[in-house]
Write a protein that binds this ligand. Structure first.
Ligand code: 2P0
Length: 322
Protein backbone atom coordinates (compact mmCIF):
# COMPACT_ATOMS: atom_id res chain seq x y z
CA UNK A 1 0.00 0.00 0.00
CA UNK A 2 2.92 2.32 -0.74
CA UNK A 3 3.93 3.86 -4.06
CA UNK A 4 5.48 6.97 -5.60
CA UNK A 5 5.01 9.06 -8.74
CA UNK A 6 6.90 11.87 -10.44
CA UNK A 7 4.83 14.25 -12.58
CA UNK A 8 5.64 17.43 -14.55
CA UNK A 9 4.07 20.84 -13.94
CA UNK A 10 2.14 22.64 -16.66
CA UNK A 11 1.28 26.22 -17.55
CA UNK A 12 -1.88 27.27 -19.33
CA UNK A 13 -1.69 29.26 -22.55
CA UNK A 14 -5.48 29.59 -22.62
CA UNK A 15 -6.27 30.17 -18.97
CA UNK A 16 -8.56 28.51 -16.45
CA UNK A 17 -10.05 31.02 -14.00
CA UNK A 18 -13.34 30.36 -12.17
CA UNK A 19 -15.51 27.37 -11.33
CA UNK A 20 -19.09 26.27 -11.81
CA UNK A 21 -18.83 23.97 -8.79
CA UNK A 22 -16.50 24.43 -5.86
CA UNK A 23 -17.66 21.15 -4.31
CA UNK A 24 -16.62 19.09 -7.34
CA UNK A 25 -14.01 21.58 -8.54
CA UNK A 26 -15.51 21.90 -12.00
CA UNK A 27 -13.98 24.75 -14.03
CA UNK A 28 -16.20 27.39 -15.63
CA UNK A 29 -14.00 27.48 -18.73
CA UNK A 30 -11.81 25.05 -20.63
CA UNK A 31 -8.06 25.63 -20.90
CA UNK A 32 -5.07 24.70 -23.05
CA UNK A 33 -1.67 24.08 -21.47
CA UNK A 34 1.85 22.95 -22.10
CA UNK A 35 3.52 20.42 -19.82
CA UNK A 36 7.00 21.45 -18.64
CA UNK A 37 9.72 18.78 -18.68
CA UNK A 38 12.12 20.21 -16.07
CA UNK A 39 9.64 21.20 -13.35
CA UNK A 40 8.22 18.29 -11.42
CA UNK A 41 6.73 17.04 -8.17
CA UNK A 42 7.67 13.71 -6.65
CA UNK A 43 5.14 12.27 -4.24
CA UNK A 44 5.06 9.15 -2.10
CA UNK A 45 1.83 7.83 -0.62
CA UNK A 46 1.56 5.13 2.01
CA UNK A 47 -1.81 3.90 3.30
CA UNK A 48 -1.52 2.79 6.91
CA UNK A 49 -4.37 1.37 9.07
CA UNK A 50 -2.69 2.67 12.21
CA UNK A 51 -2.73 6.33 11.14
CA UNK A 52 -5.59 8.35 12.73
CA UNK A 53 -5.81 10.74 9.76
CA UNK A 54 -4.02 11.72 6.54
CA UNK A 55 -0.74 13.59 6.93
CA UNK A 56 1.12 15.73 4.40
CA UNK A 57 4.79 16.72 4.37
CA UNK A 58 5.48 19.13 1.51
CA UNK A 59 9.07 20.19 0.87
CA UNK A 60 10.01 18.92 4.35
CA UNK A 61 7.23 20.76 6.22
CA UNK A 62 3.90 19.62 7.60
CA UNK A 63 1.20 21.48 5.62
CA UNK A 64 -2.21 21.36 7.31
CA UNK A 65 -3.41 24.18 5.03
CA UNK A 66 -3.02 21.95 1.96
CA UNK A 67 -4.34 18.77 3.57
CA UNK A 68 -8.02 19.33 2.72
CA UNK A 69 -7.62 18.99 -1.05
CA UNK A 70 -5.22 16.05 -0.56
CA UNK A 71 -7.77 14.20 1.54
CA UNK A 72 -10.56 14.98 -0.97
CA UNK A 73 -8.50 13.43 -3.74
CA UNK A 74 -7.50 10.42 -1.63
CA UNK A 75 -11.14 9.85 -0.60
CA UNK A 76 -12.15 9.39 -4.25
CA UNK A 77 -9.52 6.68 -4.65
CA UNK A 78 -10.23 5.05 -1.26
CA UNK A 79 -13.90 4.65 -2.24
CA UNK A 80 -12.94 2.99 -5.53
CA UNK A 81 -10.51 0.63 -3.80
CA UNK A 82 -12.77 -0.11 -0.82
CA UNK A 83 -10.01 0.99 1.54
CA UNK A 84 -10.49 3.15 4.63
CA UNK A 85 -6.91 3.54 5.83
CA UNK A 86 -5.44 7.03 6.16
CA UNK A 87 -2.35 7.93 4.20
CA UNK A 88 1.05 9.40 4.85
CA UNK A 89 1.90 11.72 1.93
CA UNK A 90 5.41 13.06 1.39
CA UNK A 91 5.94 15.35 -1.59
CA UNK A 92 8.56 17.67 -2.91
CA UNK A 93 8.86 20.05 -5.82
CA UNK A 94 12.11 20.80 -7.63
CA UNK A 95 10.96 24.45 -8.01
CA UNK A 96 9.44 27.13 -5.70
CA UNK A 97 6.11 26.00 -4.19
CA UNK A 98 2.95 28.14 -4.21
CA UNK A 99 4.56 30.98 -6.13
CA UNK A 100 2.54 30.83 -9.33
CA UNK A 101 4.69 28.09 -10.83
CA UNK A 102 1.96 25.44 -11.05
CA UNK A 103 3.05 23.44 -8.02
CA UNK A 104 -0.53 22.38 -7.29
CA UNK A 105 -0.83 21.02 -10.84
CA UNK A 106 2.14 18.67 -10.61
CA UNK A 107 1.64 18.02 -6.89
CA UNK A 108 -1.98 16.91 -7.05
CA UNK A 109 -1.40 14.92 -10.25
CA UNK A 110 1.54 13.10 -8.64
CA UNK A 111 -0.58 12.47 -5.54
CA UNK A 112 -3.38 10.96 -7.64
CA UNK A 113 -1.06 8.66 -9.54
CA UNK A 114 0.96 7.57 -6.50
CA UNK A 115 -2.20 6.84 -4.50
CA UNK A 116 -3.81 4.91 -7.38
CA UNK A 117 -0.62 2.84 -7.64
CA UNK A 118 -0.49 2.25 -3.88
CA UNK A 119 -4.08 1.01 -3.99
CA UNK A 120 -3.39 -1.12 -7.12
CA UNK A 121 -6.18 0.67 -9.01
CA UNK A 122 -5.97 0.39 -12.79
CA UNK A 123 -7.42 3.67 -14.01
CA UNK A 124 -7.49 5.19 -17.48
CA UNK A 125 -5.70 8.52 -18.02
CA UNK A 126 -9.15 10.13 -18.31
CA UNK A 127 -10.26 8.78 -14.92
CA UNK A 128 -6.98 9.92 -13.36
CA UNK A 129 -7.53 13.36 -14.90
CA UNK A 130 -11.05 13.60 -13.43
CA UNK A 131 -9.79 12.59 -9.98
CA UNK A 132 -6.77 14.93 -10.12
CA UNK A 133 -9.12 17.77 -11.15
CA UNK A 134 -10.97 17.42 -7.87
CA UNK A 135 -7.68 18.03 -6.06
CA UNK A 136 -6.74 20.96 -8.30
CA UNK A 137 -8.20 22.04 -11.64
CA UNK A 138 -4.81 22.48 -13.29
CA UNK A 139 -3.69 19.03 -12.06
CA UNK A 140 -6.10 17.39 -14.52
CA UNK A 141 -3.80 18.63 -17.31
CA UNK A 142 -0.51 17.33 -15.83
CA UNK A 143 -1.58 13.71 -16.45
CA UNK A 144 -0.70 14.35 -20.10
CA UNK A 145 2.41 15.61 -21.88
CA UNK A 146 3.01 18.21 -24.58
CA UNK A 147 -0.01 20.34 -25.49
CA UNK A 148 -3.12 19.52 -23.49
CA UNK A 149 -6.74 20.66 -23.59
CA UNK A 150 -8.91 20.66 -20.50
CA UNK A 151 -12.65 20.48 -21.16
CA UNK A 152 -14.88 22.36 -18.75
CA UNK A 153 -17.67 19.87 -19.51
CA UNK A 154 -21.35 20.39 -18.98
CA UNK A 155 -22.62 17.58 -16.74
CA UNK A 156 -23.35 18.47 -13.10
CA UNK A 157 -21.32 15.50 -11.82
CA UNK A 158 -18.14 16.60 -13.62
CA UNK A 159 -17.80 13.33 -15.52
CA UNK A 160 -17.02 15.21 -18.76
CA UNK A 161 -14.64 17.68 -17.14
CA UNK A 162 -11.23 16.20 -17.94
CA UNK A 163 -8.06 16.92 -19.90
CA UNK A 164 -6.71 15.16 -22.97
CA UNK A 165 -3.70 15.34 -25.23
CA UNK A 166 -3.83 17.81 -28.14
CA UNK A 167 -0.33 17.44 -29.60
CA UNK A 168 2.72 15.42 -28.49
CA UNK A 169 5.67 17.29 -26.96
CA UNK A 170 8.16 16.30 -29.66
CA UNK A 171 5.82 17.35 -32.49
CA UNK A 172 6.36 21.04 -31.73
CA UNK A 173 9.21 21.37 -29.17
CA UNK A 174 8.61 24.89 -27.91
CA UNK A 175 10.94 26.14 -25.18
CA UNK A 176 10.06 28.00 -21.99
CA UNK A 177 12.09 30.45 -19.92
CA UNK A 178 10.75 31.31 -16.48
CA UNK A 179 11.79 34.55 -14.84
CA UNK A 180 11.45 34.14 -11.07
CA UNK A 181 10.80 37.57 -9.57
CA UNK A 182 9.74 36.50 -6.04
CA UNK A 183 10.36 33.28 -4.14
CA UNK A 184 7.74 33.44 -1.38
CA UNK A 185 4.28 31.92 -1.58
CA UNK A 186 1.63 34.28 -2.95
CA UNK A 187 -0.73 35.95 -0.49
CA UNK A 188 -3.96 35.06 -2.36
CA UNK A 189 -4.19 31.50 -3.70
CA UNK A 190 -5.58 30.81 -7.17
CA UNK A 191 -8.54 29.16 -5.52
CA UNK A 192 -9.42 32.22 -3.44
CA UNK A 193 -8.60 34.58 -6.31
CA UNK A 194 -10.96 32.82 -8.68
CA UNK A 195 -13.76 32.92 -6.18
CA UNK A 196 -13.16 36.62 -5.48
CA UNK A 197 -13.17 37.31 -9.23
CA UNK A 198 -16.38 35.36 -9.86
CA UNK A 199 -18.15 37.11 -6.99
CA UNK A 200 -17.07 40.68 -7.62
CA UNK A 201 -15.37 41.31 -10.97
CA UNK A 202 -17.71 43.04 -13.46
CA UNK A 203 -15.74 41.36 -16.26
CA UNK A 204 -16.16 37.80 -15.01
CA UNK A 205 -19.27 37.00 -17.09
CA UNK A 206 -17.56 38.28 -20.26
CA UNK A 207 -14.51 36.17 -19.40
CA UNK A 208 -16.66 33.05 -19.31
CA UNK A 209 -18.70 34.06 -22.38
CA UNK A 210 -15.61 34.60 -24.56
CA UNK A 211 -13.74 31.48 -23.46
CA UNK A 212 -15.02 29.23 -26.23
CA UNK A 213 -13.72 31.56 -28.93
CA UNK A 214 -10.32 31.72 -27.21
CA UNK A 215 -10.17 27.94 -26.93
CA UNK A 216 -11.04 27.50 -30.60
CA UNK A 217 -8.30 29.95 -31.60
CA UNK A 218 -5.79 28.34 -29.23
CA UNK A 219 -6.58 24.81 -30.43
CA UNK A 220 -6.27 25.86 -34.08
CA UNK A 221 -2.93 27.55 -33.40
CA UNK A 222 -1.55 24.47 -31.64
CA UNK A 223 -2.78 21.96 -34.19
CA UNK A 224 -1.54 24.16 -37.05
CA UNK A 225 1.74 24.84 -35.18
CA UNK A 226 1.16 28.52 -35.89
CA UNK A 227 3.42 30.41 -33.48
CA UNK A 228 2.12 33.86 -34.43
CA UNK A 229 -1.49 32.90 -33.80
CA UNK A 230 -0.54 31.19 -30.53
CA UNK A 231 1.31 34.35 -29.48
CA UNK A 232 -1.74 36.52 -30.09
CA UNK A 233 -4.27 34.32 -28.34
CA UNK A 234 -2.06 33.28 -25.41
CA UNK A 235 -1.13 36.85 -24.45
CA UNK A 236 -4.75 37.88 -24.89
CA UNK A 237 -6.00 35.09 -22.62
CA UNK A 238 -3.37 35.88 -19.99
CA UNK A 239 -4.02 39.61 -19.94
CA UNK A 240 -7.78 39.09 -19.97
CA UNK A 241 -7.55 36.76 -16.96
CA UNK A 242 -5.47 39.31 -15.07
CA UNK A 243 -7.86 42.13 -16.07
CA UNK A 244 -10.74 40.12 -14.57
CA UNK A 245 -8.74 39.62 -11.36
CA UNK A 246 -7.61 43.25 -11.15
CA UNK A 247 -11.22 44.40 -11.40
CA UNK A 248 -12.29 42.20 -8.46
CA UNK A 249 -13.17 43.89 -5.18
CA UNK A 250 -10.82 43.89 -3.33
CA UNK A 251 -8.48 43.93 -6.33
CA UNK A 252 -6.09 41.13 -7.17
CA UNK A 253 -2.82 42.25 -8.70
CA UNK A 254 -0.49 39.26 -8.94
CA UNK A 255 2.29 41.17 -10.74
CA UNK A 256 5.15 43.17 -9.32
CA UNK A 257 7.21 45.85 -11.08
CA UNK A 258 9.68 43.25 -12.37
CA UNK A 259 6.86 41.20 -13.92
CA UNK A 260 5.84 44.26 -15.94
CA UNK A 261 9.46 45.05 -16.87
CA UNK A 262 9.78 41.46 -18.17
CA UNK A 263 6.62 41.87 -20.26
CA UNK A 264 8.21 44.85 -22.00
CA UNK A 265 11.42 42.91 -22.60
CA UNK A 266 9.41 40.15 -24.29
CA UNK A 267 7.58 42.68 -26.47
CA UNK A 268 10.90 44.34 -27.38
CA UNK A 269 12.42 40.96 -28.28
CA UNK A 270 9.43 40.17 -30.45
CA UNK A 271 9.62 43.50 -32.24
CA UNK A 272 13.26 42.70 -33.01
CA UNK A 273 12.18 39.42 -34.64
CA UNK A 274 12.48 36.84 -31.83
CA UNK A 275 9.50 34.43 -31.82
CA UNK A 276 8.51 34.67 -28.15
CA UNK A 277 5.45 35.48 -26.07
CA UNK A 278 4.71 35.56 -22.34
CA UNK A 279 2.17 34.13 -19.99
CA UNK A 280 1.70 34.85 -16.27
CA UNK A 281 -0.29 32.84 -13.75
CA UNK A 282 -1.58 33.73 -10.31
CA UNK A 283 1.81 34.95 -9.15
CA UNK A 284 4.58 37.37 -10.18
CA UNK A 285 6.70 35.00 -12.30
CA UNK A 286 6.80 35.57 -16.05
CA UNK A 287 6.92 32.55 -18.33
CA UNK A 288 8.31 33.22 -21.80
CA UNK A 289 7.39 30.68 -24.46
CA UNK A 290 9.60 30.65 -27.54
CA UNK A 291 10.02 28.79 -30.79
CA UNK A 292 12.59 25.95 -30.79
CA UNK A 293 16.17 27.23 -30.54
CA UNK A 294 15.44 30.65 -29.01
CA UNK A 295 15.51 29.96 -25.26
CA UNK A 296 19.18 30.98 -24.76
CA UNK A 297 18.61 34.39 -26.30
CA UNK A 298 15.39 34.92 -24.32
CA UNK A 299 17.02 33.74 -21.09
CA UNK A 300 19.90 36.16 -21.56
CA UNK A 301 17.50 39.08 -21.97
CA UNK A 302 15.36 38.14 -18.95
CA UNK A 303 18.34 37.41 -16.71
CA UNK A 304 19.49 41.02 -17.09
CA UNK A 305 16.18 42.57 -15.98
CA UNK A 306 16.69 44.19 -12.54
CA UNK A 307 14.64 42.21 -10.00
CA UNK A 308 14.84 38.86 -11.78
CA UNK A 309 16.19 36.52 -9.08
CA UNK A 310 16.64 33.43 -11.18
CA UNK A 311 15.74 32.00 -14.57
CA UNK A 312 14.71 28.44 -15.35
CA UNK A 313 14.77 26.93 -18.83
CA UNK A 314 12.65 23.97 -19.82
CA UNK A 315 11.37 22.15 -22.83
CA UNK A 316 8.01 20.43 -23.02
CA UNK A 317 7.62 17.22 -21.06
CA UNK A 318 5.71 13.96 -21.13
CA UNK A 319 3.54 14.46 -18.00
CA UNK A 320 4.16 11.32 -15.94
CA UNK A 321 7.92 10.75 -15.74
CA UNK A 322 8.19 8.22 -12.97
C1 2P0 B 1 -4.29 27.96 -15.19
N1 2P0 B 1 -4.27 28.84 -12.90
O1 2P0 B 1 -5.06 27.73 -16.14
C2 2P0 B 1 -4.74 29.04 -14.23
C3 2P0 B 1 -4.24 30.37 -14.62
C4 2P0 B 1 -3.63 29.97 -12.36
C5 2P0 B 1 -3.85 31.03 -13.34
O2 2P0 B 1 -5.07 26.76 -12.80
O3 2P0 B 1 -8.69 25.88 -7.25
O4 2P0 B 1 -4.37 25.69 -8.47
O5 2P0 B 1 -6.98 24.06 -7.29
O6 2P0 B 1 -8.62 24.28 -9.16
O7 2P0 B 1 -5.57 24.62 -10.43
C6 2P0 B 1 -4.21 27.56 -10.84
O8 2P0 B 1 -5.36 27.12 -10.24
O9 2P0 B 1 -6.85 26.01 -8.82
C7 2P0 B 1 -4.54 27.69 -12.24
P1 2P0 B 1 -7.83 25.01 -8.10
P2 2P0 B 1 -5.48 25.75 -9.48
O10 2P0 B 1 -3.21 27.37 -15.03
Amino acid sequence: MKAAAKVCANIALIKYWGKVSTALNIPAVGSISITLGNLWSETEVEFDESLPSDTLILDGQSRLDQLGRVTECLDLLRVRAGVEASARVVSHNNFPTGAGLASSASGLAALTIAAARALALELSPRSLSIIARQGSGSAARSIFGGFVEMHAGSTPDGSDSFAESLLAADTWPLEVVIAVTERGEKSVSSRAGMEQSALSSPYYSDWVATSTVDLDRGRRAVLGRDFEQLTNIAEHSCLKMHAVAMAAQPPLVYWNATTVACMHVIWDLRHSGVPVFFTIDAGPQLKAVCAPGFSQEVEKALRDVPGVLETLITGLGPGIIG
